[in-house]
Write a protein that binds this ligand. Sequence first.
Ligand SMILES: Nc1ncnc2c1ncn2[C@@H]1O[C@H](COP(=O)(O)OP(=O)(O)OP(=O)(O)O)[C@@H](O)[C@H]1O
Ligand SMILES: [Mg+2]
Length: 333
Amino acid sequence: MIEHNVINNTKLFILLKKYPFLEAYFKDNNFDIIGHEAGTFSSFLNTLDEEYLEDMAIDKHEACRQLSTYLNSMLEFLGEDKTDVLSITIFPGTNKSGEKENYDKLKINKGDIVSIVGPTGSGKSRLLADIEWVAQADTPTKRKIFVNDDVPDNKWRFSIEDKLVAQLSQNMNFVMDLTAKEFVELHARSRMVENIEEVIGRILTQANELAGENFAPDTPITSLSGGQSRALMIADTAILSKSPIVLIDEIENAGIDRKRALSLLLSEDKIILIATHDPTLALLGDKRIVIKNGGIDCVIETTAEERQVLAELEVMDKRTKEMRTKLRNGERL
Ligand SMILES: Nc1ncnc2c1ncn2[C@@H]1O[C@H](COP(=O)(O)OP(=O)(O)OP(=O)(O)O)[C@@H](O)[C@H]1O
Ligand SMILES: [Mg+2]
């Protein structure tokens, strides 16, 4: 349940972004909110003149109540039958040359960390997108994704609350006039967490630890640097998202503390897929999917020997990080 006053204090463009089905609701009920998206629903109602309200038999208070009743019933409807995602299975499609992919089927279980490797342009992001969209032979790769060994329920594709995948690459432009704290608060409220201030505090603290440069809670989202907004998204996802799958695309480019980010994300009981060119990240996975020419070529299990390479890489990583800090501080290397 989303509280009545939360809905009525939320700006319309945010409501529409989160719950696209509201567009039809407003239209069907003759609420012409176009041009009023920057305000709340009640501020929109206040722009209507009394005569019009009377003609249309609209009671402002009642209209607000109906909106929240509708939204909550809709969410309940979409979110009913909450099933746990225990596994996803990827069935072969075709590579860029139209040839069938060279594997039988690939099952990934809850708790698995899988990396995806392959040359630039080979199709790593495409594979993540197939999973995100729960492809049913309807993407360029013609792959099919099953959830819990079965044809997936449509809710994984279309429901807002039950989204299969936490989107870490999503851009945050839609929250443009919110501060970092307001953004997190909005999300926390929609998740109905109880100790809201504590959760907000935890997310902001984690985000600041991930980002190189600290930011204040009242910093507008638009003023955050790329790395800072990415850090905020990661902390927010790790702590608030209920999505059973986390897809990470090229986290290393975000200029944040990757290992810390990963350990934050890994603390949840999820399926994690990481597309990366970085050996340290790739070796964090239990196995790695190798992509060639748009197709899954093979799956390699991470061996004990490779884990030893990981230790070596970590030393090198630490050195690189020290250099990066110096570079950022304008020191000589
Ligand atoms: N099996 C396929 N069939 C048709 N097109 C494909 C297939 N796989 C990938 N593509 C297309 O190839 C292009 C490059 O793929 P993608 O962006 O996934 O590469 P990438 O491995 O993520 O590269 P980078 O490492 O640079 O991020 C995309 O346009 C994608 O849709
Ligand atoms: Mg990519």
